[in-house]
Design a protein around this ligand. Structure first.
Ligand code: FNR
Ligand code: LAC
Length: 357
């Protein structure tokens, strides 16, 4: 991974190394992958209008998210099944993110328990929650998340059901039995984690996750914990305003990396109306297609406080474990600092709407 110059280089190295079914699971979008492509196209379509003759001898990309200091406006997105990429799994990702000082959002569908990952984490840990059909089990998981020291709860709301990823269907993708989903409720007695894989992600959603979740359940969740709640997977301004009314402290404008509703708006294009509607009442993050430092500048100029990085973290993990994850984040930071200098924006506060067309 040390020879890689760009996040795309790391993706190519990972593609050479990962078994086909794992690569396809990580890379796939839903159906015709229109939104997967749209996420990237939206960044490429935006032009930058740099300021000149600004002193950029010193560039400082640092900021905060929900009070957590960030060395740069980036968090690690929650993604499932890290031990499919590297034996160190989510613990490796946590160590790599920690080395870069970047918070990691751990998925409910991690292949390691929240306790194991928290013990390995060297930086801040947030937790992404899917609400189970079994509300008691959901509550028990939230209690474990709090006890493990996670600092925020990220409720994913764009996956009431799992979308269809054609490559997974063609591959007959399923999770190798030795990779258990340790945060799922033990069905009945202490079911060995391995038996909770139910093959692929479709089986997990069908057996455990609740498609009937509504705004009332957000109120229920907020009553279960004092952790700040972040809603991930918002596409519309009216839902963003409703999130605020129901107590969300932050919103991730996201289409799940193009893996859920195909045809959904690119997350970068969904961002500006949402930023206008929430008008600074909550923090806004955006994800989907962030691959360059200039993408981070565009996202912030259009109203995001930070971005989440999904697939590039998986590529780094696959190629170099925690070192690979740290390398990917280090490359992005280097690119971001250069982009800020070239835009005449030495701090994140200087990245304003006028920088993007
Ligand atoms: C995801 N994502 C996701 N989101 C979530 O809330 N819970 C999850 O378990 C997962 N799992 C998952 C697995 C894989 C393989 C991918 C690629 C993505 C979505 C993720 O958090 C994020 O929204 C996107 O990955 C961001 O897009 P990029 O950066 O991958 O383009
Ligand atoms: C996915 C689910 C796990 O995108 O969120 O695969």
């Amino acid at each position: 991974v040390d020879d890689a110059l760009t996040l795309a280089d790391v993706e190519r190295l990972a593609a050479d190394r990962l078994p086909r079914a794992a690569l396809d699971y990580y890379a796939s979008g839903a159906d015709d992958e229109v939104t997967l492509r749209r996420n990237r196209a939206a960044f490429e379509a935006r032009a930058l209008y740099p300021r000149v003759l600004v002193d950029v001898a010193r560039v400082d990309p640092s900021t905060t998210a929900l009070g957590t200091p960030l060395p740069m406006p980036v968090l690690v997105a929650p993604t499932a099944f890290h031990r499919l990429a590297h034996p160190d799994g989510e613990a490796g990702t946590a160590r790599g993110a920690g080395a870069a000082g970047v918070p990691m959002i751990l998925s409910t569908l991690a292949t390691m328990s929240v306790e194991e990952v928290a013990a390995a984490a060297t930086g801040p840990l947030w937790f992404q929650l899917y609400i189970f059909k079994d509300r008691g089990a959901t509550r028990a998981l939230v209690d474990r998340v709090v006890a493990a020291g996670c600092r925020a709860l990220v409720l994913t709301v764009d996956a009431p059901v799992i979308a269809r990823r054609d490559r997974d269907a063609r591959n007959g993708f399923s999770l190798p039995p030795e990779l258990g989903l340790a945060n799922l409720p033990a069905a009945g007695a202490a079911t060995p984690a391995g038996e909770r894989t139910h093959g692929g992600v479709a089986g997990v959603f069908a057996d455990y996750l609740d498609p009937s979740v509504t705004w009332r359940d957000l109120d229920w969740l907020a009553a279960q914990t004092r952790l700040p709640i972040v809603l991930k997977g918002i596409h519309r301004a009216d839902d963003a305003v409703r999130s605020v009314d129901h107590g969300a402290r932050a919103i991730v404008v996201s289409n799940h990396g193009g893996r859920q509703l195909d045809g959904a708006v690119a997350s970068l294009d969904a961002l500006p109306p949402i930023a206008a509607a929430v008008d600074g009442r909550v923090e806004l993050y955006v994800d989907g297609g962030v691959r360059r430092g200039t993408d981070v500048v565009k996202a912030l100029a259009l109203g995001a406080r930070a971005v989440l990085l999904g697939r590039p973290i998986l590529w780094g993990l696959a190629v170099g474990g925690d070192r690979g994850v740290a390398r990917v984040l280090g490359m992005l930071r280097e690119e971001l600092e250069r982009a800020m200098a070239l835009c005449g924006a030495p701090t994140v506060a200087a990245i304003d709407r006028s920088l993007v067309g």
